[in-house]
Write a protein that binds this ligand. Structure first.
Ligand code: PRP
Ligand code: URA
Length: 206
């Protein structure tokens, strides 16, 4: 399932990020804010379990989250979405997957992985602003599945149709959440119109 999250605030903030003249500070801040807004939608169907608590007035039969939540940013650019989501889900644990895309072959290369213990029982949300060829996302999903993850969601800011199709073919069980589905990939594997190199724009590199 692909869910393009439509909200005027997300659209406005993403427009600021797309502008070539937007600097590091505003780019980072808008990404942080969009990630928080997306988190609301990504977590809409999380399972709840019944609990009884005692309010200052009386016992109360209510609900709380049934499963732990693990966020998995794909380094580097995925880091830009962590704070925004953790603001909404402060109980989330955070794994890290280090991947970079070879600029010539566009193939993903892994350089780091670190996971919390309970990944098998958790809702795992992989975050990366860009879904281009899909190679990095597919590799990250392969990696969390190897750790035992069963309930996996993928959250991207901007995707190309080619990347969405590749992820859906490789991992049809993973739901994809996007802020925008763009037009196509260019010859260098960049999303068009996209927003350029997201990692470089977040961290002010290159
Ligand atoms: C970017 C982006 C994704 C990947 C998407 O990362 O953040 O991880 O490319 O491309 P794909 O769908 O074709 O795999 P990059 O490799 O540039 O690394 P960085 O985040 O360290 O800049
Ligand atoms: N990675 C990016 O940062 N931007 C793109 O357009 C494609 C991959």
């Amino acid at each position: 399932m692909v869910n393009v999250i439509k909200h005027p605030l997300i659209t406005h903030k993403l427009t600021q990020m797309r502008k070539a003249e937007t600097g590091t500070k505003d780019f980072r801040q808008n990404l942080d804010e969009i990630a928080g807004l997306m988190a609301y939608e990504i977590t809409r169907d999380l399972p709840l379990k019944p609990v009884r608590v005692t309010t200052p007035v009386a016992p109360c039969d209510t609900y709380e989250l049934a499963k732990p939540i693990i966020l998995v940013p794909i380094l580097r650019a995925g880091l830009g979405m962590v704070n925004g989501i953790c603001t909404l889900i402060p109980i989330a644990k955070v794994a890290h997957i280090g991947l970079y895309r070879d600029e010539q072959t566009l193939q993903p290369h892994t350089y780091f992985e670190k996971y919390p213990k309970n990944i098998k029982d958790a809702t795992v949300i992989i975050v990366d602003p860009m879904l281009a060829t899909g190679g990095s996302a597919i590799a990250a999903i392969d990696m969390v599945k190897k750790q035992g993850a069963q309930d996996i969601r993928l959250a991207n800011l901007v995707a190309a149709p080619e990347g969405v199709q590749a992820v859906e073919e490789a991992h049809p069980d993973v739901d994809i959440y996007l802020a925008a589905l763009d037009d196509h990939l260019d010859a260098h594997g960049y999303i068009v119109p996209g927003l350029g190199d997201c990692g470089d724009r977040i961290f002010g590199t290159k």
